[in-house]
Design a protein around this ligand. Structure first.
Ligand SMILES: *Cc1c(COP(=O)(O)O)cnc(C)c1O
Length: 403
């Protein structure tokens, strides 16, 4: 980065400092990962100089031959990674973030005032699936536009209670049923969710923002055989740059869904796509197609399971009793320490985590009772089970009352 160092030594120094922090500390936030040098090169490329509003082959600006070729290739790889046929599935790789991808689905398939049913934020749901206070005040913009309802995990087992979800769905009669979250450590029964959606004539959207890479690598089950729509971020377990993708089933929703999704992304919500990020997503997808990525995805889950087992042995309340994925949620109420204090204490020893709400939360979102831990980034750094035992020791020692 010699040019940057010359032109802007201040920003250069801060980037250097961040690179050092990322090397010295352990990123254990489940939504974070470490992209390859190849992904970085694509994202830092001249592609960001080009405006390309529209879709491949249908742009509002001239000079987009190369951009068209790149975006088409990325779409093709996206379908390939998840084993999909372009006859059956439409994909849009332009959403700048997972949040915008979700809004684009709503914009494409719902009308303002329509009913949505999704997992409660406190139980691990996502803000874009809607959130409002008990007095009805909308916190998420989704809840301003749509009539939002929520399901909870079972208070005892802390996993999905499909009978309960079906019951709420029958009462609410949502136009869209959503699964997926930021802090739900278990696999979701996508077939069951689709069945519930079908029973009330709802569209079923699986938001696999967190699990995308685990699904691509075969370590988690795929929602594609069941969902009408699948959204995902590209930066989490998929290990690409910041970005997102929307997949819509033409088989279930008709061929016209393609145009609806594309129109919702542009011109309804976005302007010119981030061509450099889209190329970076393409590189990450190419990496996800290699055999090593399968090994990676499986190791991510193994590492999380070893860590969860060690924490459980040490008397921590691991929400749902363990994990099927890359993330662990601890309910710290039995340890007499808040999520915030735990995250601060761990940061002091170089382990970067985040405070989080838990099922049956009694605290506030800015001072919740839980701590969220994840293994995607440490696994990218080559950590295996034996390293996780060391990490577990350090976490347990740091969060023990004597400290
Ligand atoms: C991370 C996440 C998103 C949003 O992704 P951003 O890129 O941060 O906007 C959406 N849904 C779920 C379930 C997520 O975990």
């Amino acid at each position: 980065m010699s040019k940057l160092q010359q032109t802007d030594p201040e920003i250069y120094a801060l980037i250097q400092a961040e690179e050092k922090r990322q090397t010295d500390e352990l990123a254990m936030i489940p939504s974070e990962n470490i992209v390859s040098e190849a992904v970085k090169e694509a994202v830092g490329s001249v592609l960001m100089n080009k405006y390309s509003e529209g879709q491949p082959g249908k742009r509002y600006y001239q000079g987009n031959g190369n951009i068209d070729a790149i975006e088409s290739l990325v779409e093709q790889r996206a379908l390939q990674v998840f084993g999909l046929d372009s006859k059956d599935w439409h994909v849009n790789v332009q959403p700048v973030t997972g949040s915008i991808a979700n809004f684009a689905v709503y914009a494409a398939l719902l009308s303002p005032g329509d009913r949505m049913l999704a997992m409660s934020l406190y139980d691990g749901g996502h803000l874009t699936h809607g959130w409002k206070l008990p007095d009805g005040k909308p916190i998420s913009f989704t809840s301003k536009i749509y009539d939002t309802y929520f399901y909870n995990v079972d208070p005892q087992t802390e996993v999905f209670d499909y009978a309960q979800i079906a019951k709420i769905a029958a009462q609410v009669k949502p136009q869209i049923l959503i699964s997926g979250g930021t802090a739900y450590p278990r696999e979701i029964d996508y077939a069951k969710m689709r069945e519930i959606a079908d029973s009330v004539g709802a569209i079923y959207m699986a938001d696999v923002a967190h699990e995308a890479g685990l699904i691509a690598g075969g370590a988690n089950t795929s929602p594609f055989p069941h969902a009408h729509v699948v959204t995902m971020t590209t930066r989490k377990t998929l290990r690409g740059p910041i970005g997102a993708m929307i997949f819509a089933s033409k088989k279930l929703l008709g061929d016209s869904v393609a145009e609806k999704i594309d129109f919702a992304v542009f011109p309804a919500l976005q302007g010119g796509p981030q061509n450099h990020s889209i190329a970076g997503i393409g590189v990450a997808l190419h990496e996800a197609l290699q055999p090593e990525f399968k090994t990676y995805a499986q190791q991510v889950v193994k590492n999380a399971q070893v860590l969860a087992a060690e924490l459980k042995k040490a008397g921590f309340h691991v929400v749902s009793g363990g994990t099927d994925k890359h993330l662990i949620l601890l309910d710290l109420r039995n340890k007499g320490i808040s999520g915030k204090d735990a995250a601060l204490a761990l940061e002091k020893v170089g382990i970067i985590t985040n405070k989080n709400t838990v099922p049956g939360e009694t605290g506030k979102p800015w001072n919740p009772s839980g701590l969220r831990l994840g293994t995607p980034a440490v696994t990218t750094r080559g950590y295996t089970e034996k390293d996780m035992l060391e990490v577990a020791k350090k976490i347990i020692a740091t969060l023990s009352p004597s400290n």
